[in-house]
Design a protein around this ligand. Structure first.
Ligand code: GCB
Length: 581
């Protein structure tokens, strides 16, 4: 799926701003005709979660109705007009001028509807009903209850089955765009390297129609490679070869510019421009290779989370977080526990940051209740994620899930199917999921190209005993590696830390305990050649549900506070990760 862009053939309008909003706890809106106008509304900022905008909405997850108006921009007559949502959590129903135009399930991934036949010149009313309820057959599942007992729900409010606040609303920009009817619908770019040469394989999809030609031009670093191909049955494929290719890497995030033009009757009718990084990713034995060389990941799991905006798109935190990653010496992160904004992914390409790209499937469980529905939604999310992010050189791995409760037998087949699906959609990247595998070794690890683990020795186990935690970690990693001799990434390790709390000797929740824990874990990891990455949990403190484990409904495992101030551990990590500073 292509991100909308403006050029002489395509136009985008951003509908961000103050929309009308009304919660609908009784679910009367559809019956009472709110699709034709939402009565008694109040203003709400879009994009942003609704939860922190009004006190009565903080824990409200039910139906919420949004409404805005727009005029069709000048020059859009005769074009294909589309409305596109970057992310709505969780279920969205959309009406335009009273006509229902579609539904989408699942937060964090974009969806769009062709509204060409419904849009009028002026005063179009766009109404969106959003429902963010927690339910066992949604992904991520929530409100799971004590049965099946391998969930830890009921211990927190709202009863999510995951450790972050279940923010809801229109979380990313809503865009209207206009393109020619025959416009390019999709581009898929993969790259490989042979000696000094870089090959860029491109496939184009568009509606089949009048005979047309596609012109592909790749330029950058004093090189221009161009080729024209006839589009047949809405498809065109080409390989462009750069003889002395600049490879994309964190040290040198070289991006070429690919311009794809559709030509019909000698005229250019559409153009799409895409940055392209020439690079390869592979697993060889117990090493992860980028451009054929071993690569080591240092960085974080994070969240899209900030005061007041909740999970809403906030460009300033994206810039700030990338700068903090540079400051601390991180080269990578995981999009825990859901796909991040497309804008964040584009900056990762530009800044040379490596990304483990995760689906929204956190806390999956395999009790029969709701299983087929959960699986179908999960698979849809895998498809949508790969479709959205397949062209980013920064994405070096797909993570299909985080900490599934996969002891029940159906998990094995379900994981086999999910891995088969991901590999059928993209054969160029390793595929994994992140396991909490503690004492027992998880059989579904068998499907992973890279073993990704979360470990909290010295925190949830070996409470208050750092040395005991380090040795448990070391034994456990070695046991897992013995069974699965593949590269291992520790995707989470950390300790809740109240900024300003100090203790000597270190005690849990003090800044010293966090700093010592991270340094001790890193010693264990650095001593193991099969470990190819360390991602600290978490980059920043973040909001979660209320529970006895979470002071002030916050997870304090950030090495930066929620407003991005460093704790002691941030300085310690910087010393460990940036020898050169
Ligand atoms: C985990 C989860 C993460 C939690 C973290 C914690 O294993 O993957 O979502 O926030 O532990 O802090 O407990």
């Amino acid at each position: 799926m292509l991100f909308p862009q403006s050029n002489p053939y395509r136009q985008v309008v951003d509908l961000s701003g103050f929309w009308d909003f009304r919660p609908d706890p009784g679910k009367v809106g559809e019956h009472d005709g709110w699709a034709d106008g939402v009565p008694d509304s109040r203003p709400l900022a879009v994009p942003a979660s609704w939860n922190d905008q009004y006190a009565d909405l903080r824990d409200y997850l039910g139906d919420g109705w949004y409404q805005t108006y727009f005029d069709r921009p000048w020059g859009w007559d005769g074009k294909r007009v589309v409305v596109r949502f970057g992310s709505v959590n969780y279920l969205a129903d959309v009406w335009l001028n009273g006509t229902r135009i579609g539904q989408h399930e699942g937060g964090h991934l974009p969806f769009e509807f062709d509204i060409t036949g419904h849009v009028q010149p002026e005063n179009n009313r766009l109404v969106v009903r959003v429902n963010g309820e927690l339910a066992p057959d949604r992904v991520p599942p929530g409100a799971v209850g004590r049965n099946p007992k391998d969930s830890f729900s009921n211990l927190e409010y709202p009863p999510a089955n995951f450790d972050f606040f279940p923010y809801c609303g229109i979380h990313r920009p809503v865009q209207l765009y206009a393109v020619p009817h025959q416009a390019i619908r999709d581009l898929t770019v993969t790259t490989d390297i042979d000696g000094a040469r870089g090959h860029v394989h491109i496939s184009l999809a568009c509606p089949s129609g009048d005979p047309a030609v596609a012109r592909f031009t790749l330029s950058g670093y004093d090189t221009v490679v161009e080729e024209e191909v006839v589009i047949q049955a809405g498809m065109a494929e080409v390989t462009l070869t750069v003889s002395d290719a600049k490879r994309w890497s964190p040290a040198a995030p070289c991006l070429y510019t690919l311009v794809v033009e559709q030509i019909s009757g000698g005229q250019v009718i559409d153009r799409y421009t895409l940055p392209v990084g020439i690079r390869t990713v592979a697993v060889d034995g117990d090493q992860l290779l980028l451009n054929g060389e071993p690569v080591y990941l240092r960085g974080f799991g994070r969240h899209e989370d900030f005061a007041l905006t909740g999970r809403g798109y906030l460009p300033v935190t994206i810039v700030k977080d990338y700068d903090l990653m540079r400051w601390i010496g991180a080269n990578s992160f995981r999009t825990s526990h859901y796909p991040y904004s497309e804008q964040m992914m584009a900056l990762a390409d530009r800044l040379g940051v490596l990304v483990i790209d995760e689906t929204p499937a956190v806390g999956l469980f395999f009790h029969q209740d709701g299983l087929s529905r959960r699986t179908a939604v999960w698979h849809q999310q895998i498809r949508e994620l790969i479709d959205r992010d397949k062209n980013h050189p920064s994405v070096i791995m797909w993570s299909l899930a985080n900490e599934p409760h996969n002891k029940r037998p159906p998990a094995l087949q379900s994981f086999q199917d999910a891995f088969d699906l991901a590999r059928s959609l993209d054969f160029t990247r390793p595929v994994t999921f992140v396991s909490q595998a503690m004492e027992e070794i998880d059989p579904t690890l068998e499907f992973c190209d890279v073993i990704c683990l979360n470990r909290y020795d010295g925190w949830y186990t070996e409470v208050g005993q750092l040395e005991a935690g380090f040795s448990h970690l070391a034994d456990n990693l070695d046991a897992i590696y013995e069974q699965y001799p593949r590269p291992v990434i520790l995707c989470e390790f950390g300790a809740d830390t109240i900024p300003g709390m100090h203790a000597d000797p270190p005690e849990m929740f003090s800044e010293e305990y966090q700093a010592e824990m991270l340094a001790g874990f890193i010693r264990v990891l650095d001593a193991r050649p099969y470990v190819v990455g360390q991602h600290v949990w978490n980059m920043c403190d973040f909001k979660t549900g209320q529970s006895v484990q979470r002071v002030g409904a916050m997870n304090y495992k950030g090495v930066f506070t929620r407003d991005r101030r460093p704790k002691l551990a941030a300085h310690r990590l910087r010393d460990l990760w940036r020898g050169d500073k």
